[in-house]
Write a protein that binds this ligand. Structure first.
Ligand SMILES: Cc1cc2nc3c(=O)[nH]c(=O)nc-3n(C[C@H](O)[C@H](O)[C@H](O)COP(=O)(O)OP(=O)(O)OC[C@H]3O[C@@H](n4cnc5c(N)ncnc54)[C@H](O)[C@@H]3O)c2cc1C
Length: 497
C-alpha cells in the first residue's frame, strides 16, 4: 500500500508508551519511515523547582520508552531522539532536519498547550509539513458527548449516563499492535543519536522519587494495574479511607500516558458487566476524568476564573494574615490533624488521597477563607499527577464555583471527616508521628483532649503540634456570610443542568 508520507515524526508528550498509542500507531500506518522524539520543553521546565518528582518520573519513563522503541525497530540506532529546548523551536527544526512531512502528536486540551501546538503547526506549515493531532488521552473528547440540544454538559450524572450510552457494552477499541509496522521505525541520524540527557544535564535533581519507590514507565503502570486488578471489586468499600490501600494509584501514569485510558476503561467495563460494584464505581471515576477534560476544553475560562462567573465576586481573605494562614496550610500546620497529615502526605510523596484532597481543599477555602486558586496553584506545584483539568475541576468543586460542584453551604467538618474516614487515626499517625501516642478519641481534635491525656501522649500544643488556627464554628459562619454574594444569583453559565 502506498504510504501517505515518506517520513513522519512522532512527538511524544504525555503518551509515554509504545502500546495502544494513537500518534505512534497512526504514524506507522501512514509513513514509510518514522522517527520519534521527546522534548524536555524549557517553556515548562524553566519555572519548575530543581528537584521536581515529575521531571524525574518522565526521565525514568523515557528510558523505558527508548528501550521499547529500539527493540521494536530492531535497529541498533533506532530509539528516541530526546532534546532539551523550546518545543516551538525544536519540533519544526527537527522536522526540517529529518525531512519529515508530518508530525504526529496526541491532542492536548490545555490552553497553553493549544497555543504551543498552534505555533508549531504554523511553523510546520511554512515548511510544507503538517501537525497531525489525535485523540489519545480520553475516551470522548470536547464535543463528542453533548446534551440533546447540542451543548456541553455542566452536570456530571447526565454526562456519565450519556457517556456510558455512547460507549455501550463494547470496550473502547485499542490501536492495533505496532509490531507488524515496527520496521518502519527509522534509525536516528548520527547527529541526533545522542544518549538521553541526564537530569543533571538539564539542571535537575532526582528529588526523593527513588526513595518513594513509585514504579515508573509502562512496566510501572502494569505493575500497579495488576495489583489493583486484585482489589478492584473492593474499590467502593475501601476508596474513602486513606490508611487503606483502596485506590489504584494510577493517576501519575494516566498523567504521563504510561498506561492507556482505553485499556483501563475496557478492563473496568468488562468487570462491571460481570456485576462488580467496585469496577462500576472505579469506571465512574474514569468518567469524571473525561468530564473535567471536556469542561476545560469547552469552557477554557475555568483555567483562570470560576466556572460560574458570580463566584468571582467572592471577597477572599488577603494581606499578611492570609499569607500566614496559607503558609500554615501548605506546611501542614493548621492544628487539624487530618488536614495536616494530608498536606504532609502531599509534601513528602507528591500524592494525596482523593478524600483528603477534598478535605484539605475545602479547609483552605471554607475554613481559612482563601482563594481556591492559591490551593490549586500549590497542588499544581506538588502533585505528581497534576493535571490542569482534574485539579481545576477538583478545586472548583470544593470551592462550589465549578461544574456540578459541592453546594456552597456544604462545609466539610474536618473533625467529623477525620472520625469517619480515619477513625483510629492510623493515617494521621503515619504522617504526624508526634501524635502517635494519642488515643483514637483525642487524635481528631487534640485541643479538646484533657491536659493529662495530652501530657501522657507527649503532645504539647504550641510546641510539638500547633493549636488550631481557626475555630470550625466561627469559620463556618464567616464562610456562609462570604458566600452571601452568590446566594441569590442564578446559574448564569447557560449550560443545561
Ligand atoms: C482538589 C482536588 C484536586 C485534584 N487534582 C487532581 C490532579 O491534579 N490530577 C488528577 O489526576 N486528579 C486530581 N484529583 C482527582 C483525584 O483526587 C485523583 O485523581 C485521585 O486521587 C488519584 O488517585 P488514584 O489514581 O489512586 O485514583 P483512583 O481512585 O484509582 O481513580 C482512578 C483514576 O480516575 C481518575 N479520577 C479519580 N477521581 C477523579 C476526579 N475526582 N476527577 C478527575 N479524575 C478522577 C484519575 O485519573 C485516577 O487516577 C483532584 C481532586 C481534588 C478534590
Amino acid at each position: 500500500m502506498q504510504q501517505q508520507f515518506q517520513t513522519g515524526l512522532v512527538w511524544f508528550r504525555r503518551d509515554l508508551r509504545t502500546h495502544d498509542n494513537a500518534a505512534l500507531n497512526t504514524a506507522l500506518q501512514q509513513c514509510n519511515q518514522v522517527h520519534c522524539v521527546f522534548i524536555f520543553d524549557r517553556a515548562i521546565l524553566d519555572s519548575l523547582p530543581r528537584a521536581d518528582r515529575r521531571v524525574a518520573f518522565i526521565h525514568a519513563s523515557l528510558q523505558e520508552l527508548d528501550a521499547s522503541l529500539r527493540q521494536l525497530s530492531g535497529k541498533p540506532d533506532g530509539g528516541l531522539i530526546v532534546r532539551y529546548g523550546f518545543a516551538t523551536e525544536e519540533i519544526p527544526a527537527l522536522a526540517a532536519q529529518l525531512g519529515a512531512q508530518a508530525v504526529y502528536a496526541a491532542r492536548d486540551y490545555e490552553p497553553q498547550a493549544r497555543a504551543r501546538d498552534f505555533q508549531v503547526q504554523t511553523a510546520l506549515l511554512a515548511q510544507q509539513a503538517r501537525l497531525i493531532t489525535l485523540k489519545d488521552h480520553v475516551i470522548f473528547e470536547e464535543r463528542e458527548v453533548l446534551t440533546q440540544t447540542g451543548k456541553p454538559y455542566g452536570v456530571f450524572t447526565p454526562y456519565m449516563r450519556a457517556w456510558l450510552a455512547k460507549l455501550g457494552d463494547v470496550p473502547p477499541r485499542a490501536f492495533d499492535e505496532v509490531t507488524p509496522h515496527a520496521p518502519r521505525l527509522a534509525e536516528r541520524p548520527p547527529a541526533l543519536s545522542t544518549p538521553l540527557p541526564s537530569l543533571g544535564d538539564m539542571g535537575f535533581e532526582p528529588g526523593n522519587l527513588p526513595d518513594l519507590r513509585i514504579p515508573t514507565g509502562m512496566s510501572g503502570a502494569k505493575k500497579l494495574l495488576e495489583d489493583f486488578w486484585e482489589r478492584m471489586d473492593q474499590y467502593e468499600e475501601t476508596r474513602n479511607f486513606p490508611s487503606v490501600k483502596g485506590p489504584s494509584y494510577l493517576s501519575v501514569h494516566l498523567r504521563f500516558g504510561t498506561v492507556s485510558i482505553r485499556q483501563l476503561v475496557g478492563l473496568a467495563l468488562q468487570r462491571r458487566l460481570q456485576g462488580s460494584e467496585g469496577a462500576s464505581v472505579w469506571l465512574s471515576e474514569l468518567v469524571w476524568r473525561d468530564f473535567y477534560f471536556q469542561v476545560l476544553a469547552n469552557f477554557p475560562h475555568v483555567a483562570e476564573h470560576a466556572f460560574k462567573p458570580e463566584y468571582d465576586q467572592i471577597a477572599w481573605e488577603s494581606g499578611e494574615h492570609a499569607q500566614q494562614l496559607f503558609q500554615a496550610w501548605c506546611g501542614g500546620r493548621t492544628g487539624y490533624p487530618l488536614v495536616d497529615a494530608a498536606m504532609a502526605q502531599l509534601n513528602q510523596t507528591g500524592y494525596m488521597h482523593n478524600r483528603l484532597r477534598m478535605v484539605a481543599g475545602s479547609f483552605l477555602v471554607k475554613h481559612l477563607g482563601l482563594d481556591w486558586r492559591w490551593g490549586e496553584r500549590y497542588f499544581a506545584e506538588q502533585l505528581n499527577d497534576f493535571d490542569l483539568s482534574a485539579n481545576n475541576g477538583g478545586w472548583q468543586w470544593v470551592s462550589s464555583s465549578g461544574c456540578d460542584a459541592q453546594p456552597y453551604f456544604r462545609i466539610f467538618n474536618p473533625i467529623n471527616q477525620s472520625e469517619k474516614f480515619d477513625a483510629q487515626g492510623k493515617f494521621i499517625k503515619r504522617y504526624l508521628p508526634q501524635l502517635g501516642a494519642l488515643d483514637a478519641k483525642s487524635i481528631h481534635a487534640p485541643w479538646l483532649a484533657k491536659p493529662l491525656v495530652l501530657a501522657a501522649a507527649g503532645v504539647t500544643l504550641g510546641t510539638n503540634y500547633p493549636h488550631p488556627i481557626v475555630d470550625h464554628a466561627e469559620a463556618r459562619a464567616r464562610t456562609l456570610q462570604r458566600y452571601g454574594v452568590v446566594r441569590k444569583t442564578q446559574d448564569s453559565t447557560g449550560v443545561e443542568q
